[in-house]
Design a protein around this ligand. Sequence first.
Ligand code: COA
Length: 380
Amino acid sequence: MSDATTADPSAASTADGGAGRPYSPGLEGVIAGETALGNVDGERGRLTYRGYRIGDLVERGTYSAVANLLWTGDWDPAYRLATGPVPEAVMATLRALPRDAKPMDALRTAVSAWGATRDLPWPPTVDQARALTAFSPSALAAFARLRAGREPVEPNPSLDLVEGFLYQLNGSRPDAGTARALDAYFIVGAEHGFNASTFAARVVTSTRSDIASAVAGAIGTMKGPLHGGAPSEVVDQLSQVGSPERAEEWLLGALDRGERLMGFGHRVYRAYDPRAAALRKVAEAMDNRPDWLELAIAVEDVALRVLAERHPERALKTNVEYYAAPVLQGVGLTPDLFPAAFSLSRHAGWTAHVLEQAASNRLIRPDVNYVGPAERDLPD
Ligand SMILES: CC(C)(COP(=O)(O)OP(=O)(O)OC[C@H]1O[C@@H](n2cnc3c(N)ncnc32)[C@H](O)[C@@H]1OP(=O)(O)O)[C@@H](O)C(=O)NCCC(=O)NCCS
């Protein structure tokens, strides 16, 4: 046990617990590990996976190839990964869930049940990462069908992962543009440094627990609205704005009421989120783009101007959620599936971080400042 965990309680109210060490609420600004996977450069608005720019990966890659890149470090644009089977025990579990269960709860439960059906020895392997990443889209598609009173669709091994997911969700193959648009969304969602869910996955892995436990924990972490986000709120706001002519008045009114403009601002990015730039291009190229995309583009210009005027001290730019909304709606997902789709996309990053953590593992166990009562006697 370290000295810090037995620190003199009389010093407990000092900012550093008396140990002379800095304390940062939320670990903001703390370097809590090393990674060779994703690099988020918030100042310059750059995101790379293993050094490759996100915009290039979206233009020239597929989600499966990107997942393989994250797991192995090798860039093979021809790499394919089909969706995987849902074991009987998992399907029975999904059938037992209430129809109005949240998709994130269903996905977390499915991953947990999947882990109970197999041997997942330490250390985690690329094969385990592949199997879990392939399983989850089938599980979510199955739940989405079951809750609508329809039977699940078996995986089609000839389809690549994202196309296969849409096939199992809808019971028919998507057109190429739709599959490509969701694939692009999955690529931009695949990895983003030490965000809360990825960190949670690494903490679980650091105890030498298994990959399914790590990903179940990550899904639970992403379920929180501060992380999983809500592109559906972008849709709500745009419908309230109504028309480009009303944009300035509505946006100023919202700021006056102390509301935040959805799809703008970011904890790390001070420049335009490169994922938003990539998804805007994808949304504009979609045949099935929602009819409010034009409105979104017009409102974005006004919002950036208004935010710059109101917050000259802080760069508030467009974030990924703004253009995730039209892409997800355009491919036909209902808004309550948006967070779970985000989780499916992040499987590549989570599992790559699990592998990276295991490869040079050190139990993650920080210290804490004790701020409770000083040592005392129980009352008589
Ligand atoms: C993403 C977000 C939580 C990041 O927050 P952050 O970097 O910690 O920024 P802060 O919360 O410290 O905000 C700093 C200032 O900018 C303002 N601000 C930040 N984002 C804003 C937004 N989207 N609209 C209006 N004002 C915003 C805050 O009100 C605050 O102003 P104040 O100091 O006068 O109170 C925040 O920008 C936000 O709530 N955005 C809207 C929701 C969203 O799009 N989420 C998806 C993120 S990918």
